[in-house]
Design a protein around this ligand. Sequence first.
Ligand code: ADP
Length: 197
Amino acid sequence: MQIVKDYGPITGESIAEKLNLTRATLRPDLAILTMAGYLEARPRVGYFYTGKTGKQLFADKMKKMKVEDYQSIPVVVNENVSVYDAIVTMFLEDVGTLFVVDDESLLVGVLSRKDLLRASLGKQELTAIPVNIIMTRMPNIAVCYKDDPLIDVAEQLIEKQIDAMPVVRKTEKGYEVIGRITKTNITKAFVSLAKED
Ligand code: ADP
């Protein structure tokens, strides 16, 4: 690193010479430093120091994480199902957020655990209330796309104080739900970053 900082751009051959090593001995080390982002290699020019600190490289790596690499399968219910059935689905599917769709499978709402708890507080017959009465509805749903950086979704979850966001595909008619990002996905991504390093 010091040699590259002092003399870069410098060829692998020249670095090896300065260290009294063969180019072949050095190759794996240079590959690691290049992959990690500390050095950059340009063909016919050589290695140069990127000037990035470990922290910056870590942030770069985090920003490169995409929604589609961490999303889970979404659990959806039709807007006409009862609050009772939505509660059963939430238990059976073991999720904390349900996405609500219309007959054309387009996103119309979101149901959280507390939405369902709130609806259960009164004396209403839960089998008789459709979820579209109690759900948070479009256009107030925060959505994300598969190519979005995961960190942007994480920021929105914090900002909007919600646990999950549907991953959607936009069509002329509306949003199709293709995935789900929850705080659990973000936690898993966070752990995977640490393991990688
Ligand atoms: P809980 O209510 O169980 O704590 P959340 O914090 O996720 O779960 O939900 C808080 C409120 O925000 C609920 O009323 C829910 O319907 C709504 N909500 C959840 N996810 C979204 C979303 N992606 N966009 C808009 N509103 C949402």
